[in-house]
Ligand binder design. Structure first.
Ligand SMILES: Nc1ncnc2c1ncn2[C@@H]1O[C@H](COP(=O)(O)OP(=O)(O)OP(=O)(O)O)[C@@H](O)[C@H]1O
Ligand SMILES: CC(=O)N[C@H]1[C@@H]2OC[C@@H](O2)[C@@H](O)[C@@H]1O[C@H](C)C(=O)O
Length: 365
């Protein structure tokens, strides 16, 4: 078993998740501690500007506008997150075999064979004195895959730890939402649509706070079903898996005429409805849905999802002893070990890559 730390800075732009696991790249030996390093308001603003400035990019090594400063921030924030994590948990760097570093996606255009994660893996390895595996999406996209989602291989390892009969779906609700369908050897995955990003952006614009804390605003609002039907007529929703999204693909869906409560209710419902709609595109109707990611902490979203998926059961990963918020960080620890062993990260059913493929670049300190 190797000891690996995974790092994820997701599309919600809220902060860096850190998690340690022991794994041989197949089985999960032990879950270790987890941590979170939030971005400050100013740091989030810089990341948002970097996403805007990266939109016209064609060369993945270019760092236009704010993305150059944002890359320095991302590298520094991740180094700080690891140093604090080692100290808080009394860990010595010599005990860590590898760090899996996702970086921050600023642009995702797989149809142009382009996916850009900022963050300097080589500098991180030098600063930490620990080997770092980074750039985990590039090989998949270069081979014609979607380059996302990557976590299905880890969702499979998690589900294999349970006694499960029949198909299970793991739902991750981050900035974008994605699912993994696991039934024996069948592994199917895709992004399903918005996760929390549209709702966060709406709340920030309307209230100054980038979250509908505990789904309170949405709980007292009215869902505009007509608006949802219009949103669902976008071509993305009719595509079968595998498929993936850029964080800002739905940014043009405006909802400005509505009150904060009605807007929050409607955007929360769009997330739930678009996740539930994927059930029709899966080989069998799954009996069990396990929800992870920040969206699992939003009770209004969980209630809506439960209603839309009934009679299937909907549980939170946290209820099964999984670390609900750190699953993605754990996944990047797991993938770093798989990368060291040249084991596949992506599969035809998860990203559409022609054959199972490994990925990641190793930087030694
Ligand atoms: N208590 C809560 N109430 C409502 N929403 C919450 C709560 N806690 C977290 N969230 C939502 O979860 C989001 C963070 O989710 P998460 O950490 O999974 O995102 P991420 O790491 O950016 O993931 P991804 O890479 O999948 O986009 C927050 O921006 C917020 O919208
Ligand atoms: C391009 C990119 O960074 N995509 C993220 C995003 O956030 C959620 C969803 O969209 C997922 O496809 C992916 O992240 C997770 C970690 C993944 O690759 O599985």
């Amino acid at each position: 078993m190797l000891t690996a730390i995974g790092l994820m800075s997701g599309t919600s732009l809220d902060g860096v998740d850190v998690a340690l696991i022991e794994t041989d790249g197949e089985r999960i030996g032990r879950f270790g501690p987890t941590a979170y390093r939030a971005y400050t308001g100013a740091e989030r603003d810089l990341l948002r500007r970097a996403l805007a400035d990266a939109a016209p990019m064609t060369d993945r090594d270019a760092r236009p506008g704010a993305s150059a400063d944002a890359e320095k921030l991302v590298t520094r924030a991740h180094a700080e997150a690891i140093e604090d994590f080692l100290q808080a948990n009394g860990l010595s760097r010599s005990h860590i075999d590898v760090v899996g570093f996702h970086g921050q996606t600023v642009l995702h255009r797989p149809e142009r064979k382009l996916t850009v994660q900022i963050g300097d893996g080589r500098a991180l390895a030098r600063t930490l004195g620990i080997p770092v595996v980074f750039d985990l999406r590039a090989a998949d996209v270069a081979a014609g895959g979607q380059g996302a989602p990557l976590v299905p291989v880890y969702h499979r390892a998690l589900v294999n730890m349970q006694n499960s009969d029949g198909p299970t779906v793991v739902v991750n609700i981050g900035g974008v939402a994605n699912i993994t369908y696991i039934d024996g050897d069948t592994l199917i995955a895709c992004d399903t649509g918005p996760g929390n990003a549209l709702l966060d952006d709406f709340m920030l614009r309307r209230t100054g706070e980038a979250v509908d804390r505990d789904g309170r605003a949405a709980a007292s609002g009215r869902i505009d079903e007509e608006w949802i039907s219009r949103a669902l007529s976008r071509p993305f929703f009719a595509l079968p898996p595998p498929k993936s999204l850029d964080r800002n693909d739905f940014a043009a869906l405006t909802i400005e005429g509505m009150s904060v409560q009605d807007g929050a209710a409607t955007l929360t419902a769009l997330t739930a409805v678009s996740i539930a709609a994927i059930a029709q595109m899966l080989p069998k109707l799954p009996a069990r849905w396990i929800v992870v990611g920040g969206g699992a902490s939003n009770p209004t979203l969980m209630t809506m999802l439960g209603k839309r998926l009934a009679p299937a059961t909907v549980v939170r990963g946290a209820d099964l002893g999984w670390s609900g918020d750190a699953v993605e960080a754990q996944a990047f620890a797991y993938m770093a070990v798989r990368s060291l062993k040249s084991l596949p990260l992506t599969f035809p059913g998860t990203t559409g890559v022609p054959a199972a493929l490994t990925g990641g670049v190793l930087a030694k300190p």
